[in-house]
Structure formats: C-alpha cells, structure tokens
Design a binder for this molecule. Structure first.
Ligand SMILES: [Ca+2]
Ligand SMILES: [Ca+2]
Ligand SMILES: [Ca+2]
Length: 206
C-alpha cells in the first residue's frame, strides 16, 4: 500500500519537475530574416530586392548554388553595399546569423549587424561555404544587416541563404531561475513526499 502511494507521489513530483523545466526552456526561435534570393529577377546590376537595398555601387543576381545568388560586386566597376531594408530592433538575447559565401579569391567583404557584430572576410571559399555566427546582444539596439564588398572589379563574393534568428524567444538568461510560484509548487510536492516518508518510518516503529 505504502509502496504504491510512495511511487505515485514520487511520480507526481517528477512530472511536476519535468513540466516546470519544459515550460522554462521551451521558447520558440524567432526568424527575423530568411532569404535565398531564388525569387528575385536575375539581372546584372539588379536594384530591386525583397529584403535588401543596394546603398552603394551595384550587385548582380546570377545563377548558382542550386538557384540564384547575389554577386556583391555588380557590373559597373563599383562594388556593392547590400543592406537589409529592415532595421532590426534587437532586444537582449542570443541571435544566430547565417549566410553562404561563394567565389574567390576576392577582395574584402565586411559583414556587419550594427554595433552587435562585424567581421571582414578575405579568404577564398571552396564552392559555397556556410558561415554561422552567434551574436549575444546585451542591451537593446537597432541594426541593419549589411554586406559591404570592396574591389570594384565586377567580381565579388557570391551571397546566398541569409538568415537572422533570435534564439529561444529572446530569453536573455539561458539558465533561468524558477519563478517563486513554481518553487512553491515544487516545495509543496517535496514536503508532502517528506511527510509521507516520515509517517511511513513512524508507522514501522509502532
Ligand atoms: Ca539561392
Ligand atoms: Ca559582377
Ligand atoms: Ca573582386
């Protein structure tokens, strides 16, 4: 009899704990930008994009990487500055920036996300290479994603599959402290379990 009660209480406590942990950790990722450029109109010196503007020089939309890609140095001997139309409102949290780069050797490409991230690429890529960067934002900031190609020789890095994702619903604390109410629930469950064990031990003495 006791054994059944004990198991039931223990099972209940474990379920409560599992549920509490799952509600604390299961927040969805938020995709802020995802673009493979396959729906753009292929053209040299293309100026119209769904998610980007060409703020300087020119870029081309050409075939590649199983669809279309953006050659960040167009065909006007003026390399492109390719900037997201959206200025992202970056709340504190962990972001994942991912993009494919192809072509090279080449001139420098500066990839930046406002003050949150900046990196200069100069190395040739073998085919297309996926770059994944984790960006931790500590205080709120507004930022455009930009790809600044240098060179002015009509051949730039080829850009594809750009995405920016906010991980875990923007939870700034990856190891959250349980809220007082959940602690109270857990405490009540464990106290009840302790009481049962105590009663069981006292029962043995009788
Ligand atoms: Ca593509
Ligand atoms: Ca070009
Ligand atoms: Ca070049």
């Amino acid at each position: 009899m006791f054994c059944k009660l004990y198991k039931a209480a223990l099972g209940s406590a474990v379920l409560t704990l599992a549920f509490t942990l799952s509600t604390l950790t299961s927040r969805a990722d938020t995709v802020l930008l995802s673009d493979n450029f396959n729906s753009e109109v292929g053209a040299l010196n293309q100026t119209t994009f769904a998610n980007f503007t060409v703020n300087r020089g020119s870029v081309d939309v050409i075939g590649g990487n199983g669809g279309q890609v953006v050659d960040l140095d167009g065909s006007t001997s003026a390399s492109g500055l390719f900037v997201s139309k959206t200025a992202f409102n970056l709340t504190p949290g962990t972001y994942t920036l991912q993009f494919d780069l192809g072509n090279g050797p080449n001139n420098a490409l500066t990839v930046s996300l406002g003050s949150a991230y900046s990196e200069i690429f100069t190395q040739p890529t073998v085919g297309f290479t996926t770059f994944t960067r984790t960006i931790n934002v500590l205080s709120p900031t507004m930022a455009n994603l930009s790809f600044d190609q240098s060179g002015d020789d009509n051949v730039g890095y080829y850009l594809d599959n750009v995405s920016l994702t906010l991980k875990d619903g923007g939870n700034p604390n990856p190891n959250p402290v349980p809220e007082p109410t959940t602690m109270l629930l857990l405490g009540t469950g464990l106290a009840g379990l302790g009481g049962m064990i105590k009663r069981r031990r006292q029962g043995n003495k009788d």
